[in-house]
Each structure stands twice: as structure tokens, then as C-alpha cells.
Design a protein around this ligand. Structure first.
Ligand code: HEC
Ligand code: HEC
Length: 504
């Protein structure tokens, strides 16, 4: 029996088709949903009580089953334990609340024109919905963000996709960024290995907090261009931790806002007056917020792991068997959060301005050598952090450069990377056009040598799966997507202490 669930949204609707033998979430509907959602931000703010989805209907998958599929012994041998509170670094509520407003406050960007949320927005499922982000100088949020106006506009695209930040409060996530350049390391004085070396101050709670020290020091992400503001200038001078450095300047901006001072005093016993506030306090609060708010561990898969054997549909269980079996996915996407936290090369397409890396004979800097940039070891070329697949249905575009906007294509890429690169469809990327920026976007993919180089160091070999098995893998990715992550509107504050706008 074919059953259509029509989910009423504000000004539009998305349709998910469900049937007994096949349950596929229609990703084009997801795209429409995303675009429309961003457009309705302002209206929905006033109306947070109204649910986006009829959760009961969406969750009620069990009555569509008329076949039964056994969980294979091979799967059972590999399944992780269920996620519990003990897996997380639990933080106090007032610290989380402080982090929430800081996360959305543009006061932390040099030109006061973007915030962490610009690229990690609840309306774009903790990313930005774009292939590559538009950083400071851009305008708008999510897929409707533009490159900004004239000289004040962006100078380049941010070279990597803004990753989802679901579940990063879990202690197992001790490595940050696609290349792992921030990592917990007890041999370092600060407890972390980061690009700041010995400049990194002491007292950061965890890798998530340590990570929050860095977006503010990136010119394209938050700091701005030379001469535009003193924070950008300090960034360019390499002055992060010194007097008048990026972190001291940001702390003093916060110290000047009395509402913030009261909140910091309440959260931190070592803050007795405004001048005690440091960037470490700021980063720890932001980390607390991120880790608390975007927990996503109540998917059908989680319920199954907690013992509710009826929580997953027959198709999802079949998909789980492929994932842990013929698909070979769990070689890399394993453990409670479906990532080994290792760095692997799967030859994902490279698009955009790159990280300044060059193959022999090239000087355009459009490549991104991934993990090699951190270790200096050519064996690590093109390796990227294995991403968590939790909430995979919501977190596109996918890949370190966001080159894929179709989840099925991402799965197929893994099965035969060479074929996938040769057939790569440029039209799927989601990024605002601007002639000078767009001119660079596909240079690597359009150069046979550069494109084939992406396949030079693969950690993956071709896998033969049937289309039906791929359908089942889609069903499994559906099963690891937590329905309570769909509507994250209440995670957006209506105002922030600086008084700067939360919405453009
Ligand atoms: C202009 C867009 C942009 C802004 C603004 C931004 N980020 Fe990001 N964020 C990114 C991109 C791109 C990456 C991946 C960069 C890389 O791996 O090299 C990232 C990575 C991260 C990660 C690592 C996730 C992981 O799984 O490794 C965290 C956490 C994060 N950002 C939090 C923040 C916080 C906190 C702020 C504000 C202080 C912030 N971001 C501001 C774009 C942005
Ligand atoms: C050899 C390790 C490895 C195997 C095996 C593997 N993956 Fe991946 N996967 C990765 C890495 C590494 C990335 C990120 C690559 C990048 O961004 O350049 C990734 C990315 C993904 C993404 C995109 C996630 C995101 O947030 O961007 C999905 C979805 C995915 N894999 C699903 C699968 C499925 C399904 C299978 C089994 C058919 C599989 N993977 C097998 C290593 C692996």
C-alpha cells in the first residue's frame, strides 16, 4: 500500500513517499523544504509554538511493515552500545544559555556582520545549506545567503564545507575540522594541539571549546580584510594571544556590554568583574552550548540499540545489514556516532578556491591536501576526517567541499570513486554565483590530471551493490536521522546582548 504523508509547513509543504517494500525520503522535497524554510524564518520566529512537522505521523513507521527482516549475525557483532548521558560532557544550564547568545552574536566578528550561526544555523541543521560557505561580508542566512555588496562583500569562498555540529559534545569527538588541526593532546601545555601552538591559552574545556577560538581568527570566516577593523589587522599580523591581539580585543568588546558581564559572573566563579572575562570563557560557553543543544541520539537506530526491536522498519534493518556487511561502510563509519574519527581518502570531488595546495606543475593553489596539511606527510594526502553519519539526511551538501547535494550520489561515489569523479555533475552545487568566484569553482574537476590525482591515495576499493541495496542504505541513513532534529527553531534566540541583529 502506498501511503503519502503530507507534512504541513508554513507556506509550503514537503511530501515524503512511504510504501511497504520501499521507503525512500524524497530529497528534492527536502531541498524545497530547506529553501522555503529559510524564507519563512522571520515569520516563524513569531510563531514558535506551531510545530513544523506532525512528528507522530512521521515517527509512526511500524505500521507500514508487512515483511520481516532479520538482523544478521555479522551486524549484531558490530553494533555499538546505545548512546547514554555518560557519553557527553554535560554542562550547566546557565553556561549553555550564555553560549547560545554568544553563538548568535555578530559582536564576535571583526566587522560585526556574521556570527557562528551564520554557517552553523538551526534552520540549516547546524550547517549553512551551501556547498561552500559565504563568510564575513556576505548577506543573509542559509541557501539564500549572497556574496554581499561591492568592496564590503566576500573576497573568496570559504574553501571547505561547513560541517554539521550535531553531537559534538560527546567526549569521543576529540578531533575538530575536516583535517583534524585541533585535537586533544595531553603532551601539549594547553592540552590541545592546534594551529596556535603555544599561544593557545590554558583552561579550555574540550576540543569543541578549543575549536571555538579559531573561526574568529579567520579573515574569510569572521575577522575581515586588512584595514577594515583592528581585529582583522591583528589576525593578519599573527597576533592572536598577545596584547591587542584578536582574543583580547574580542574579550574587551564583551566586557563593555553589561548584560554579558552579569551572565559571565553568574557562570564563572573566577569572573568577578568585567576585566576578568577572557576569550577562554567565551569559547568554553560556546562549546557548552554547541554540545548541549545539538544532541541527536534519539533516532530509530538509537531506539533499536536501546532495546526497542520494533523501532526500525524492515527496510531500515535490511539497510543496516548492507551498511555493516556488503557495503563495507562500517570499516570507517563505525562506533556510536558512526565515525572512526580517523582520516581516510575516498576521493571526494574538490571544488572552490582550495587551501593553497599545489600538485607538481601547478601554482593555482586550488587543491586541498586535507590531513597532509597538518602532518606534513604525503601519505596523508587527500585524507579527510570520517564524518559522523548521524542526521545524514539533514546535513547536506555533503563532502569536505560540499560538492554533492544528493545523498544517493554520495553513497554511489564510495562504491566507485573513479566513475563518480568522471561523471561529476557540477550543476548540483549550491553557492551564490559571482563571476570571479565561480570562475575557480570547477578548475580542479575540469583538469584531468588534478581530478585523477584525487584518486591517487584511496583507502577504499570498488564495491558492487545493487540499486535495491543502495535504496536500503538510504533507508538506514534515514534510520540514523533523529526526528527531533528537524525543527530546531527554538534554538535561535530572539535577541542577543550586543543588540546586533540576529536575523539580517
Ligand atoms: C563563514 C562560515 C563559518 C563561520 C562564521 C563559523 N564556521 Fe565553524 N566551520 C566552518 C567551516 C568551513 C568548517 C570546516 C573547516 C575545516 O575543516 O577546515 C567549520 C568547522 C567547525 C567545527 C568543527 C566540526 C567538526 O566536526 O570538525 C566546529 C565545532 C565549528 N565550526 C564551530 C564554529 C563556531 C563555534 C563558530 C563561531 C565562533 C564558527 N564555527 C563559525 C564555517 C564557519
Ligand atoms: C575508507 C573509509 C570509508 C568507507 C569504507 C566509507 N566511507 Fe563514507 N566517508 C568517508 C570519508 C573520509 C568521508 C569524507 C570525505 C570527504 O569529505 O572528502 C565520507 C563521507 C561520507 C558521507 C558524507 C557525509 C558528510 O557529512 O559529508 C556519507 C553520507 C557517507 N560517507 C556514507 C558512506 C556509506 C553509506 C558507506 C558504505 C557504502 C561509506 N560511507 C563507506 C570514509 C569512508
Amino acid at each position: 500500500m502506498k501511503q503519502k504523508l503530507v507534512l504541513a509547513l508554513f507556506a509550503f509543504s514537503a511530501t515524503f513517499s512511504v510504501s511497504a517494500e520501499r521507503k525512500v525520503v524524497d530529497l528534492s522535497a527536502h531541498k524545497v523544504y530547506k529553501q522555503s524554510l529559510v524564507k519563512t524564518i522571520k515569520r516563524s520566529q513569531a510563531n514558535q509554538a506551531e510545530p513544523l512537522f506532525d512528528f507522530e505521523t512521521v515517527l509512526d513507521i511500524s505500521n507500514q511493515l508487512n515483511v520481516s527482516v532479520q538482523v544478521s549475525q555479522n551486524t549484531l557483532d558490530q553494533l555499538p552500545d546505545a548512546v547514554t548521558d555518560e557519553d557527553y560532557d554535560i554542562q550547566p544550564a546557565n553556561k549553555v544559555a550564555l553560549g547560545k547568545v554568544l553563538f548568535f552574536d555578530k559582536i564576535l566578528s571583526g566587522n560585526k556582520n556574521d556570527s557562528c550561526a551564520t554557517c552553523h544555523h538551526p534552520f540549516a541543521w547546524s550547517g549553512d545549506g551551501l556547498s561552500l560557505p559565504i563568510g564575513e561580508g556576505g548577506d543573509g542566512v542559509g541557501v539564500t545567503r549572497t556574496t554581499g555588496f561591492m568592496e564590503a562583500g566576500v573576497h573568496e569562498r570559504v574553501p571547505r564545507n561547513a560541517p554539521q555540529i550535531f553531537n559534538l559534545g560527546a567526549k569521543v569527538f576529540n578531533v575538530m575540522f575536516h583535517d583534524g588541526r585541533v585535537v586533544e593532546d595531553s603532551t601539549q601545555p594547553s592540552g590541545f594541539f592546534t594551529p596556535a601552538g603555544n599561544d593557545l591559552p590554558l583552561g579550555l574545556d574540550n576540543a569543541l571549546a578549543a575549536q571555538a577560538m579559531f573561526p574568529v581568527t579567520s579573515q574569510t570566516e569572521m575577522a575581515g580584510q586588512a584595514g577594515e577593523n583592528s581585529i582583522a589587522d591583528a589576525t593578519i599580523a599573527g597576533n592572536l594571544a598577545g596584547e591587542g591581539g584578536v582574543w583580547a580585543q574580542l574579550a574587551s568588546r564583551i566586557q563593555e556590554i553589561s548584560e554579558y558581564v552579569e551572565m559571565f559572573k553568574d557562570v564563572y566563579p573566577d569572573v568577578n568583574s568585567a576585566s576578568d572575562i577572557t576569550m577562554v570563557h567565551i569559547a568554553n560557553a560556546i562549546g557548552a552550548f554547541e554540545g548541549d543543544v545539538w544532541r541527536a541520539d534519539n533516532s530509530a537506530f538509537d531506539k533499536y540499540l536501546r532495546g526497542d526491536t520494533g523501532a526500525m522498519s524492515a527496510n531500515q534493518i535490511a539497510g543496516m545489514n548492507v551498511f555493516y556487511g556488503d557495503g563495507g561502510c562500517a570499516q570507517c563509519h563505525n562506533g556510536k556516532f558512526l565515525t572512526s574519527n580517523e582520516f581516510k581518502s575516498v576521493g571526494m570531488p574538490q571544488i572552490g578556491p582550495g587551501k593553497g595546495d599545489n600538485l607538481p606543475g601547478f601554482r593555482d593553489g586550488l587543491d586541498d591536501f586535507g590531513r597532509e596539511r597538518v602532518t606534513g606527510n604525503t601519505d596523508d594526502r587527500f585524507k579527510f576526517k570520517v564524518p559522523s553519519l548521524r542526521n545524514a539526511l539533514l546535513t547536506g551538501p555533503w563532502g569536505h567541499a560540499g560538492a554533492y547535494n544528493d545523498l544517493r550520489t554520495v553513497i554511489k561515489h564510495h562504491l566507485n570513486p573513479a566513475q563518480a569523479l568522471a561523471n561529476y555533475d557540477e550543476s548540483q552545487v549550491i553557492m551564490p554565483y559571482r563571476r570571479d568566484l565561480s570562475a575557480l569553482d570547477f578548475a580542479v574537476m575540469n583538469d584531468t590530471l588534478s581530478r585523477n590525482a584525487l584518486l591517487s591515495n584511496l583507502d577504499i576499493s570498488n564495491v558492487n551493490l545493487t540499486e535495491t541495496q543502495i535504496d536500503r542504505l538510504m533507508d538506514f541513513l534515514d534510520a540514523v536521522t533523529d526526528r527531533s532534529s528537524i525543527d530546531l527553531r527554538t534554538d535561535v534566540p530572539t535577541s542577543v546582548p550586543s543588540g546586533l541583529p540576529v536575523f539580517e
